[in-house]
Design a protein around this ligand. Sequence first.
Ligand code: BGC
Length: 750
Amino acid sequence: MIEVGTGVRMGRRDVMKASALLAASAWAPVATARDTRDHGARIRDLLSRMTLAEKIGQMNQIAGGRQKALNSRLDAGMLDRVRRGEMGSFLHVAGAEPLRRLQKIAVEESRLGIPLLFAMDVIHGYRTTLPVPLALAAGWDPAMMERAAALMAEEAWAAGLHWTFTPMVDVARDPRWGRVVEGAGEDAYLSSRMAEAQVRGLEGPVRRAGEPPAKGRVLSCSKHFVGYGAVAGGRDYDSADVSERTLHEVYLPPFHAAMRAGSGSFMTAFNDVAGVPMTANEALVGGELRGRWGYQGLVVSDWNAIPELINHGVAATPAEAAALALRAGVDMDMASSTYADHLATAVTADASLVPLIDQAVTRILTTKARLGLFDDPYRFGDAAREKAPLARGTARELATRSIVLLRNEGAVLPLKPAARIALIGALADDASSALGSWRARGQTEDAVTLRRALPQATFDPGTDPAAARVAASADVVLLAIGEDYDMTGEARSRSDIALPGAQQALIDAVRAAGKPIVAILMGGRPLALERALTNIPAVLQTWFLGIESGPAIADVLWGKVSPAGRLPIEMPRTTGQLPMSYAHVPTGRPANPDLAVDSARYHDGAIGPLFAFGHGLSYARFRYSPLTIEQRSDAAVISVAVTNDGSVKADEVVQLYVRDPVASVARPIAELRGFGRVALAPGEQRTVRFTLDHAQVALWKAGKWVIEAGAIEVMVGSSSADIRQRGRFSVAAGEGTVPAASIATLVEVV
Ligand code: BGC
């Protein structure tokens, strides 16, 4: 028996099979993994019968409601537009019955009977609100991410939805950017694993040609292509000016991984890259994604991004904006009606757009065909299953697994059974914030807060001096601090990510009571908490954990479960350090603790993050054996035995980093290239074996993936800052075919 990640036990052959699907060699540039049946004949026939207006109608996605009032715009006028064939898709709609009625109008009352595509942002749960994506990524467990996505898909499917705008696979190294909450953090390798896990969970296992998706699966949308996480200063929607190398090595890999996992649609980003807005970026959308990568799926714009090309200063009129987006390869216009209102004008001026329209419509119709909608337009939606109870068990388990223990001096945690507990901080009782940034149909009353989960604690929302009094009469203080749900997310960039509001004063007041404090950090981004956490012995990062937030945090506080989450993005000391990443390149004058030495550091602060990438503690202790490294012609097999030296059952996240110490260009001081979350009983030892393909150390140079001959350093440990064992292997010169970080390492636990 082999254990992969956590809890999932499978035979060795299954592991090999699963990993082979992900390996670079299994990827062929022309076919995405999904239904490759030739729907061509049906689609060519339809296309030959469509008017230009009907074609443009397919390229039009309109909001059928608002995010907080789904379906609210589906009035008589809108339904007439469906009858006239002016709509290809709706977003912000949901519900098995209403969507069935809407589909019936398209299928039975429009001239060609083409079914509609129904879409919604189901980001971390539809009815059952799960931890936010950044929290799920902190589980460092793709199998758990896949389960989360599968649950979301099933609930969304039951509500008649075909399509969700998930996963967000934008790598983000600047948490001033509020959308850091929606992704998997700062690392290209971790983000790639989380991207493919989400695609698998949403769309299901790779299907045979001609086979529609199973019931309960939906179309994914990998977004936002590309560079959105690199916006200047972390300001949402701003410009991204990234080097070719960084684009290919850091920002593009998760998209490639998502594509190989079969993601059926991509969304272009709002930002420009080096001056070319992504909605009009022919080189990256048409050239790289569709051309070099061979991506065949649908590309949708982001909300209103086509007319915003005028604001970017690359188009003078809506017709010009429409033509630019079409030329770049954007098939569908989200929400702006610019294609609907202006593409026909653009065509009159430039007939060469006509074949591009046909291509876009072909991709849209192919997407509908692959979902099986031409065979059965009503195959999504099930009013009975829509009423299924919330999946509380899964929500609690995933939430518990997402919690990161950042500090635990003097073993304050787990709590002693008889301890008198003070619970302080409004966030401990904020059900709305527990739900996080995107809530779909999640209800505030579904959320069990920490206050509700700890009825034995004396609660105070944080009023002074009451909080200090409550603290003084307890043995231990649980202090819930951080951000509320509305402080992260889209258009929620902040110039200062220290503790907001009056919370620092609250900490100071509580600290004066002299009791041990457990800080329980809530929020959607890593905050800059060097000052806030001074002299606080225990710190838990609990993000926004969804409907089972309280019980999950309580499970960890009481030691029912040993925490094993790890930071998917490092926590800075101060905002001024940003952007930052553990995977930076070395400089000629590396940061030196001696201020008398001129080096790459700030004079007014300590070097490095407060908590490093990959950091997370446990209630157990783990010992790492020296590495054994087997050199193969095209791979290195690195094995390490890990032993639980503690007294409780716990998971350890074993992490593998590589570095190319001498190359033709400076290489990052460490890059994650493998990890496994391994469950170990007290005294138990397991060997973790990583099979690393040489293509995983390739670097992007002059438009190619180049493997440079020489030594590669390997570092294995418990975090990027807690390396326990080191070794080396060598590689021969060669070339890679796909982004190095997008390739999954085979991880076996024996
Ligand atoms: C966001 C997308 C989202 C879309 C639809 C946009 O503002 O950038 O991520 O999918 O709205 O709600």
